[in-house]
Design a protein. Sequence first.
Lengths: 341, 341
Amino acid sequence: MSVLTSQDNVLRQRLEADLVEVRRVFAGELQSDLDCVNDLAGHAQRYHGKMLRPMLVLATAMAVEPTCETIEQKYLVAAAVVEMVHLATLVHDDVLDDAQMRRRGATINHLRGNEAAVMLGDYLISHAYHLCSSLGSPEISRMIAHATNTVCEGELLQLANRHRLDLDEPTYFKIITRKTASLCGACCGVTAELSGCGQKVAEALYGYGETLGIAFQIIDDVLDLTGDQDTVGKTLGQDLVKGKLTLPLIHALGACDEACREELIGLLRSEGGEGLSEERAGEVAVRVREVLLEWESLDYAREKAVSLVERAKLGLMENLEDTPARSYLLGLADSVVTRRL
Amino acid sequence: MSVLTSQDNVLRQRLEADLVEVRRVFAGELQSDLDCVNDLAGHAQRYHGKMLRPMLVLATAMAVEPTCETIEQKYLVAAAVVEMVHLATLVHDDVLDDAQMRRRGATINHLRGNEAAVMLGDYLISHAYHLCSSLGSPEISRMIAHATNTVCEGELLQLANRHRLDLDEPTYFKIITRKTASLCGACCGVTAELSGCGQKVAEALYGYGETLGIAFQIIDDVLDLTGDQDTVGKTLGQDLVKGKLTLPLIHALGACDEACREELIGLLRSEGGEGLSEERAGEVAVRVREVLLEWESLDYAREKAVSLVERAKLGLMENLEDTPARSYLLGLADSVVTRRL
């Protein structure tokens, strides 16, 4: 075993142990004296998935403080804050999408109704800010709130463009940069701010997180069209049903011939002209995949994601010391495009 | 005109002018580079109503800083923050209640769909915290977030008790203290903290705001049962439809005879045993009012509100200097129980 591999293993073990602590901080913050609240908050904790955002915080903290052997509490708190913000957006997203399945289980809205899901999302976001204020830094509170402002803007822009088959690539990128990448950027930016590592490194880290976030969302959108539901663990084809045009479809509509374009538009519009019905989604998805393969639109989207990941990695390599944590962040960026769930 | 009346007029004019500034801070914070976001945020500003919560902040600021002739910016910001939190809860409440009408206009969910309403509420709450962080005080951020945690708990407790005809008075008070009174308490508490007026006065002010908030919600619940829709400006009888038992009904169910109790339970349950249908609400409301009058349950609720207002006023008189602002706060408490909308 090389020295590097051994160091990598130590780092991975530290990250695993730190994630356990993050979950503890997360669960502790949500404790209430009301059983009905604890019961519902317990459901939310089933939503923990890959924990990409806490991982970004923890690995960034290790990268900017390479000599610290144990992580400081403030980073564990920040990691729990970003995870809480993220879960709040998932819970409200599922209400917006009327989704039935998430992380291989039923969604809160499906189990307990939209009302409980709206309130649970509010409870999570409120506790995220509450926990954040315990860091004692108005600047960190501002950064987190700025990120959530931006996430909401992205969601609202997406909502305003639903069922628009003429959605263009710049608008698509504006949507996903705001709704997904801004929080990933904040994960690294907040950690940099907490460490006091200086503006240049902080900007590089924010850029890394944001760029990785854009790539992550592109792949998420590709998987919604091509993934295996059992592997991904959530209802697929929802973007078609909800009239959300994503990068592969935007590419296909621009690249294909007129006959194919007309066929695609016909497939994506329902009889009423509004959107695709849940019933037709299955057969439509099969044909859409064929078209996307024919016009190499899935490859186009994946290549965009790959080049974004390369850009994210370059920013890190140019601005951060070569440490096991930096290697881990580089690998994390790669995993965003190779993932199957 | 007595000296006191003249001072009162000066104070009212200052409050009016300050409220204009609060609206300006509010609108400025919500500005986005996206038209679709500004369009939706514009709707939210129609929701400004009596602006009780900003008024609590402004009048409290004047009461604790009686020698200041113009209000400091920090209080205007705090007033905009609490109004933003409040409007966020109204927007989500209307989703929860499926309400059609608010402030004499159509609700956001009715106009633009539940999805836009969920996201607009999130946008408002996110900006409330963002604006709050500009005050530069982690303690203020913590107090606001603690209040919103508590509001959510109140809403979740209410949700868990829907359609429960055995809801008792202590649980009712727990619900309304959390969902409504905690934010009113925070209006005064945050202002006290910003002024540095000292713990004893701060606690008295928090107690005043919280107690006034409980009374306010009792009267809100009475008006839902007895009010005139055109005067109140929102859909009435919604508590019956949504299976929310409020103080007059809790009293009547406990005070009336067995025959009446059975009749009430029959009226409030639908055929399926779940709750009252929208269609039956009108005729049921008429009969429920008769029963509430017969058993003096509306008077019971109003008297509770009056005694709470007296307690709120006493706390102020014992702990604050006699100033025009204190007189205004005493009058504000009285108006909570005499209001018709």
